[in-house]
Write a protein that binds this ligand. Structure first.
Ligand code: RIB
Length: 311
C-alpha cells in the first residue's frame, strides 16, 4: 500500500449544539458544549489512521493545553507524528463550531500555530515527506506554504490531492500541479467564479478547472455523492442516505477515504464510492474525528447498504 502524508491544519474544535442558528445581534441558549480534536488536516490524518493507512501528519500545534492532547490523539489513531511540532508562544488552532438540529454547522477558525507552517518547516520535514507517495492538502495553513510544497512535491513526482477549503481563488500555477481537487459546490463557485444552479453548471465549472490543468475534479455534492470530471468525461457517483447528526468533517472524511482507496490501487470510481461511504458514516455521530469510521465499519456499512438496495 502506498504511503500517505497530510500537510495541514490541526484545531481544537469548541462545539455548541443549538436548536437553530442565532440571527446577527441575537443571543440564544445552546444545549451542549464539548471539545473535539479537529482541523481539516488533522481530521484527514486521523480518518486515514482509523482506516489503517500508513499516514504521516506534518503541521504545528501551540504550546497550550490542547497541543500535547492533540498529539496523543494522533498517536492513538495510528498517525505518525514525526512531522508535528509544538510552536512556542502561540495558541493551537481553534475552531468555534455551532451545530443545529439538522446537523448543519457554522465554523469560525483562528489559525494560531497553523499560521506558522511556513516554507522553512516544509524544508525541515522534507526528508520525511520524500519517502511518501500521496499528499493531501487543504487551505487552513498559509497559502504560500501550500503553493511551495505542492510545487516541490510535484517536481519530485508525487500525487497531489487538494481539498480547497476554506475556499479562495487559486492561481493557475497551483491548479496545474493538482492531480485530484475535491471542492464542494460552494468552493467550486468561489474558485471558478461561476454560479452553479444545475448539473450543467457544475459540468461547466469542472471543465473550467480541467482547462487550467487539474487532472481530475471530484465535486462533492453532499448526500448525492460526487461528480468526477476528467479528460475522459463527466460521471456521477451516487452517495449514501444516512440520518445526519453532525456534518462537521464530512468533507475531510471523504478525502481520507478517497486517498486510502487510491493508496490501495483501486480505480478512481471505486475510490469515490469508498470516499462517499466514509463521508456518510462520519455524519452519523457528533464531532469531527470522533465520528470517523474504521475499515471494518465502512465494509459493514457498504454491505448493509447493498443488502437494503436488493430488497
Ligand atoms: O472540516 C471540519 C473542520 O473545519 C473542523 O474540525 C474545524 O476545525 C475546521 O477546521
Amino acid at each position: 500500500m502506498k504511503k500517505i502524508c497530510v500537510i495541514g491544519s490541526m484545531n481544537m474544535d469548541l462545539v455548541v449544539t443549538i436548536d437553530r442558528f442565532p440571527r446577527p445581534g441575537e443571543t440564544i441558549t445552546g444545549k451542549e458544549f464539548a471539545t473535539y480534536p479537529g482541523g481539516k488536516g488533522g481530521n484527514q490524518a486521523v480518518a486515514l489512521g482509523r482506516l489503517g493507512a500508513n499516514v504521516l501528519m506534518v503541521g504545528k500545534l501551540g504550546d497550550d493545553v490542547f497541543g500535547e492532547r492533540y498529539i496523543q490523539n494522533l498517536i492513538d489513531n495510528g498517525v505518525s507524528v514525526d512531522g508535528v511540532s509544538i510552536e512556542k508562544g502561540i495558541s493551537s488552532g481553534i475552531a468555534v463550531i455551532e451545530v443545529d438540529d439538522a446537523g448543519e454547522n457554522n465554523i469560525v477558525i483562528v489559525a494560531g500555530a497553523n499560521g506558522r507552517v511556513d516554507r522553512a518547516f516544509i524544508d525541515k520535514n522534507w526528508h520525511l515527506m520524500e519517502e511518501r507517495d500521496i499528499f493531501l492538502f487543504q487551505l487552513e495553513i498559509p497559502f504560500d506554504t501550500v503553493f511551495y510544497a505542492v510545487e516541490r512535491l510535484k517536481k519530485a513526482g508525487k500525487v497531489i490531492i487538494l481539498d480547497p477549503a476554506p475556499a479562495r481563488g487559486l492561481p493557475d500555477e497551483l491548479l496545474f500541479n493538482v492531480d485530484y481537487i475535491t471542492p464542494n459546490e460552494t468552493e467550486i463557485e468561489v474558485i471558478t467564479g461561476l454560479k452553479i444552479e444545475s448539473v450543467e453548471g457544475l459540468y461547466r465549472a469542472c471543465d473550467w478547472l480541467i482547462g487550467k490543468g487539474v487532472k481530475n475534479v471530484i465535486a462533492k455534492v453532499g448526500r448525492n455523492g460526487a461528480y468526477l470530471a476528467s479528460h475522459d468525461g463527466f460521471v456521477h457517483v451516487a452517495g449514501f442516505s444516512v440520518k445526519a447528526v453532525d456534518t462537521t468533517a464530512a468533507g475531510d472524511s471523504f478525502n481520507a477515504g478517497f486517498a486510502f482507496a487510491l493508496a490501495q490501487g483501486k480505480d478512481i470510481i471505486e475510490c469515490i464510492q469508498f470516499a462517499n461511504a466514509v463521508g456518510a458514516i462520519s455524519t452519523t455521530a457528533k464531532g469531527a474525528q470522533s465520528a470517523m469510521p474504521s475499515l471494518e465499519q465502512v465494509e459493514a456499512f457498504v454491505a448493509e447498504q447493498a443488502k437494503d438496495n436488493r430488497k
